[in-house]
Design a protein around this ligand. Structure first.
Ligand code: TYD
Length: 145
């Protein structure tokens, strides 16, 4: 069974700063971004009371970067949970498939950039937690996870 600590990774991008300011680069299929980037989206204007996410993905892997402000991500693999605070534009959070995720505690200036390995497909989003647990246990039984 895949351990939760093997299902996510905190990434530190290089900051290419000089006297003009900072610049961070994320390249697909590189050491830090282990997939081709097929989609990007960003989330902003969510206040501190909102909880977003609340889903797991069968196929998509993600990297989350708070390019402005801060937010928290709670990761859950049905067995254990981890909470990661995204608080630096050069910090990324890699999230594997089949991890349940909640994003919350958005600061007023939070802009959460998401790099995704797949185009959007609503069918591969699991939005019901009980269904998530069932798919997890099926995958664990067959040795897929
Ligand atoms: P949702 O997945 O609920 O956002 P979050 O995970 O941040 O809480 O997406 C909100 C809406 O946007 C939902 O109707 C699906 C749609 N959507 C797309 O059409 N394409 C996308 O790439 C994403 C992420 C969402």
């Amino acid at each position: 069974m895949k351990k939760i600590d093997d299902m996510y990774k905190i990434i530190e991008f290089d900051e290419l700063g000089d006297e003009r300011g900072n610049l961070v680069v994320a390249e697909g299929e590189s050491e830090l971004v282990p997939f081709a980037i097929n989609r990007i989206f960003y989330i902003y204007g969510s206040d501190s009371q909102v909880v977003r996410g609340q889903h797991a993905n069968i196929k998509t892997r993600f990297i989350l970067i708070n390019v402005s402000g801060t937010s928290k991500v709670k990761l859950d693999n049905g067995e254990e949970t981890r909470i990661v605070e995204l608080n630096k534009p050069k910090m990324g959070l890699y999230i594997d498939t089949m991890l349940w995720k909640d994003m919350y505690d958005f600061s007023p200036d939070s802009v959460l950039l998401v790099l995704a390995s797949e185009h959007y497909d609503a069918q591969e989003y699991i939005r019901d937690y009980d269904e998530y647990l069932k798919i997890l246990s099926d995958k664990r039984r067959t040795g897929e996870l």
